[in-house]
Design a binder for this molecule. Structure first.
Ligand SMILES: Cc1ncc(COP(=O)(O)O)c(C=O)c1O
Length: 412
């Protein structure tokens, strides 16, 4: 490259590939036999197409003109200048990567600070930060269970909790959704260690788990309670301290919380919060903590900046709930079947997977990004639009979003 030409930015479009063939053998006729090893994928793809469940990636430009009700940026902090500055400053100071696993070189003073402030904010004794909320759930479930343990898991739990149960080698009983009596029954007669796992707010319908009743069920049988507060942090509880704080359970000796830093905090990463002895046990035994590179400093710095912003400006949490209730009221008044939101997720039913996909596409064409859930992501087979009631939406933006969703709604 000539010295005087500026290097392309990382996110510029790459140059077009040369038109000529590279000379590599193709998978078509005459290809070597070993290239048939993945031919079964064609059958799988045809089946996805047949049932209308093809998923595609849609890279978004940095300056998307769409009104966003699809992301998990509940408080609109992902692009807040304090948060992006916190991320950039951390990258400059600590490096682009954590450089190693947390137990080797991947723990910085920044990770330590974030863990301390996150635990204090949410009302827990200690916290441990991991590279994602997914990894946090795998860590917590597997480290706190094992062969001989009984795990009771809500039927509507997030995939990462489900995968934690699968990896745990514990006996897992699936309890009816948000049903403390079902949990109590599942625990009855079990002698050894037991762990009840639930989302605090369920990702699909945005409904909340009955945490006080679940804790009572656990306590009546000596079981521990693990709650994934991915959708509660930043939205529920005083100033967004989360669902466990709201339920008066934060900091209790038999309660553990997991969280993601990628939703309300607008960053990336996950965390487990609980009694110090639980966190110490995870540091020593949780495989997704031990055998994983530490959270990138930029993600830790962004999350810490967002946490401090939230602590300083508690009204942000309440506004997300208010937007959710407004969206729900306006959409149901227009005749749509929306589930009453307990946090910042508003779920609107669609008549079929195809109708949901078309509805979301029509919204997009009209300038509105919405989420679209359909089987197999939804265990009950009901397809939905999933709306994020971002706390930074203006009343005008809410009007516009409701107008588009109602105007594009399928006839049934
Ligand atoms: C309930 C729940 N738990 C865990 C996760 C995983 O978090 P992360 O995206 O940080 O891996 C998600 C995120 O999508 C979620 O919705």
């Amino acid at each position: 490259m000539p010295q005087d030409s500026a290097p392309p930015l990382l996110y510029d479009a790459p140059p077009a590939p040369p038109a000529e063939s590279s000379g590599e053998p193709s998978a078509a006729a005459g290809a070597p036999a070993h290239q048939a090893a993945f031919d079964w994928l064609e059958t799988a793809r045809a089946e996805r197409q047949r049932v209308g469940l093809v998923r595609t990636l849609r890279p978004r430009p940095a300056d998307s003109p769409l009104l966003d009700l699809a992301s998990n940026d509940y408080l609109g902090l992902a692009r807040h200048p304090e948060v992006t500055h916190g991320a950039a400053e951390a990258a400059h100071r600590w490096g682009a990567g954590a450089t190693g696993s947390r137990l080797v070189t991947g723990s910085t003073e920044l990770h330590d600070r974030l863990e301390e402030e996150l635990a204090a904010f949410c009302g827990f004794e200690a916290a441990l930060v991991l590279s994602s909320g997914y990894a946090a759930n795998l860590a917590a479930v597997t480290a706190l269970t094992g062969p001989g343990t009984l795990v009771v898991s809500d039927a509507g739990n997030h995939a990462s909790l489900i995968d934690g149960c699968r990896l745990s080698r514990a006996r897992t009983e699936i309890a009816a959704h948000a049903d403390p009596d079902a949990v109590r029954t599942a625990l009855t007669g079990h002698d050894g260690r037991a762990l009840v796992v639930t989302d605090a707010v369920f990702s699909v319908d945005g409904d909340a788990a009955p945490l006080p009743a679940l804790a009572a069920a656990c306590r009546s049988r000596g079981a521990a309670l693990l709650v994934d507060d991915a959708h509660g942090l930043g939205v529920l509880g005083e100033g967004g301290r989360g669902a466990l704080s709201a339920a008066g359970l934060a900091g209790d000796g038999d309660v553990v919380a997991t969280m993601t830093l990628s939703k309300s905090l607008g960053s990336q990463g996950g965390a487990v919060l609980g009694p110090a002895r639980v966190i110490e046990h995870l540091v020593n035994t949780a495989r997704t903590f031990i055998f994983d590179t530490g959270l990138a400093p930029a993600a830790a710095g962004g999350a810490l900046a967002a946490l401090r912003l939230l602590a300083r400006e508690p009204h942000r949490a309440a506004r997300a709930g208010e937007v959710a209730r407004t969206l729900h009221a306006r959409l149901t008044a227009a005749g749509l079947a929306a589930v009453r939101p307990d946090a910042a997720v508003v779920s609107v039913r669609a008549p079929s997977p195809d109708a949901a996909v078309r509805w979301a596409a029509d919204c997009r064409a009209a300038g509105l990004a919405v989420g679209c859930f359909r089987p197999p992501s939804v265990p009950d087979g009901i397809s939905r639009l999933r709306l994020t009631a971002r706390g930074d939406l203006t009343d005008g933006q809410i009007d516009r979003a409701v107008g588009i969703i109602v105007a594009t709604a399928p006839a049934d």
